[in-house]
Write a protein that binds this ligand. Structure first.
Ligand code: HEM
Length: 471
């Protein structure tokens, strides 16, 4: 990005223009002008390309997209309202969080049991991201879609899932995707077929399926969606549920294990506040209190937020529906152009984050959290940083509905890894874990991945062979 010091600038593109916003208060102004600057009109075309929706389903996506009061709601506003309210603070979110973290605890405990039983105690892991994202993918598919979820019935689909993820940019281009984005296209089609079978067999009615999935299917049925449409919609929800969470968990764990002092601080905090004391000494299973984790793990939360700041390069995108003035008429946006809020530029801006903006420094978030006393807040709001400057979860009407859930899930999963294991360089030459740079050469559809695999040895910690659970 060659003009990061301008608050907004124009990229000329054939037949239109794109405005790029790099300033937090102007971003907030874009978010507030949601009547004329809206993501919704872009949804039909994006979902058609990325998910391969057929013509009747795209027509349904297009209808009732931005209803005026009193007008009927289409599929998108209905699903949007349900998902935002389900994943907002409350009983549904608490139950989902407990189910999700219990599933992750089972996964981690079975890894622990495997290591303990074999007497190995050490597992060589040639790629830490792949190791972590496998737990997240399998766990998420299971707590959302039940034991008979497509990834459980056909484990090879996990690879199809990552093929789809890694080729999303090509699918978005939409130029003969079966040729130009072959692997992603194939992966998506395999997943869609498996979800169609899941729908056809009525597996979403199984008692171990999360309520949010049953409600999504009900809404699709109410709008007359076909099995294929419903299947593709669930491919997109599984994607939203797994991808960013997996990559953020990886960076959070890696940064924590790479610094001895940070690792010690996080462990001490977890032991003091989050691990439930085994008062009668009857069980050596480590027990995590999810409620305590939400409010009393400030260091881990700060590490996660700093990883999100450094790893997130997303663009919140809006169509300019009619000519729009911003900042009291200082800027004029022309109808039919596109405006994008450049998250990555703002996350690297020294005027927002200070001279060490390019460095990993979780203390900046720790200070902010102490400043506003909040650990549940979704954004890094603090007196000295504009709330719209932290863009990892987007903002305004498209602010990620899964942000609370994702935060708890990542904190819980990293806490489990930190308590159960030591993670060291695979080469075992006494050197420290190295942090690779992030791969910003790709279209940023999610938190950026590392440029190269991180090779590690995962070691079971002494006294941890009984595993972990959550309450
Ligand atoms: C660290 C984890 C996550 C990050 C960084 C993240 C980030 C984002 C971002 C940047 C957006 C688009 C916002 C915009 O355009 O302004 C988004 C949208 C969305 N996210 Fe997340 N997300 C995460 C986890 C999750 C999880 C776990 C779920 C669901 C369980 C989820 C569900 C969604 C959905 C459904 C949308 C689309 C919202 C709409 O209808 O516009 N996300 N997320």
């Amino acid at each position: 990005m060659s003009h990061p010091s301008l608050p907004i600038f124009t990229l000329p593109v054939p037949f239109s223009r794109i405005y790029i916003v790099t300033d937090p208060s102007l971003s907030a102004a874009v978010q507030r002008a949601s009547k004329t600057l809206s993501f919704s009109p872009l949804v039909p075309d994006i979902t058609k390309r990325v998910l391969g929706l057929d013509a009747p389903t795209v027509a349904s996506v297009r209808s009732g997209l931005e209803p005026e009061p009193g007008e009927p709601h289409g599929y998108i506003p209905d699903i949007h309202d349900m998902v935002y309210s389900y994943l907002g603070p409350g009983t549904d979110l608490s139950e989902l969080t407990l189910a999700a973290t219990a599933e992750l605890a089972e996964q981690v405990s079975s890894q622990v049991a495997g290591m303990a039983e074999s007497g190995r105690g050490v597992e060589p892991v040639p790629d830490l991201l792949v190791w972590i994202r496998h737990f997240v993918a399998v766990g998420t598919a299971r707590f959302l879609y039940g034991a008979e979820n497509p990834l459980a019935l056909d484990p090879a689909l996990e690879e199809s899932f990552w093929d789809f993820d890694h080729g999303l940019g090509g699918l978005l281009m939409g130029v003969m995707p079966s040729v130009t984005a072959r692997k992603a296209h194939r992966g998506r089609e395999l997943l869609a077929a498996a979800f169609a079978e899941y729908m056809e067999a009525g597996r979403y009615k199984n008692p171990d399926v999360s309520d949010i999935i049953r409600r999504r299917v009900e809404i699709a049925d109410a709008h007359g969606w076909s099995i294929d449409g419903k299947a593709r919609s669930e491919v997109s929800f599984l994607f939203a549920g797994i991808v960013n969470t997996a990559t953020t968990t990886f960076w959070t764990a890696l940064h924590t294990f790479a610094r001895r002092d940070l690792l010690d601080a996080v462990r001490a905090e977890l032991l003091a506040n989050v691990v439930v004391p085994d008062t009668d000494k009857t069980s050596s299973v480590t027990t995590l209190s999810i409620d305590a984790l939400k409010t009393s793990s400030p260091t881990l939360l700060a590490v996660m937020r700093e990883c999100l700041r450094l790893g997130s390069d997303n663009y919140s995108t809006r169509l300019v529906k009619t000519d729009t003035e911003l900042a009291g008429g200082q800027y004029h946006l022309k109808a039919n152009s596109v405006v994008q809020i450049a998250g990555g530029v703002m996350h690297a801006d020294t005027s927002i984050w200070g001279p060490d903006a390019d460095q990993f420094n979780p203390a900046r978030f720790l200070k902010m959290q102490q400043g506003n006393g909040a650990t549940e807040s979704s954004t890094a709001s603090a007196p000295q940083v504009h709330p719209a400057a932290f863009r990892a979860f987007g903002g305004g009407k498209t602010l990620c509905p899964g942000r609370h859930f994702a935060t708890y899930e990542i904190l819980a999963f990293v806490a489990m890894i930190v308590l159960m294991f030591d993670i060291e360089p695979l080469e075992g030459d006494g050197s420290e874990l190295q942090i690779p740079s992030k791969d910003d050469s790709i279209m940023p559809v999610h938190i950026l991945e590392p440029t190269k695999p991180v090779r590690v040895a995962v070691k079971l910690r002494e006294g941890m062979s009984r595993g972990i659970r959550v309450v």
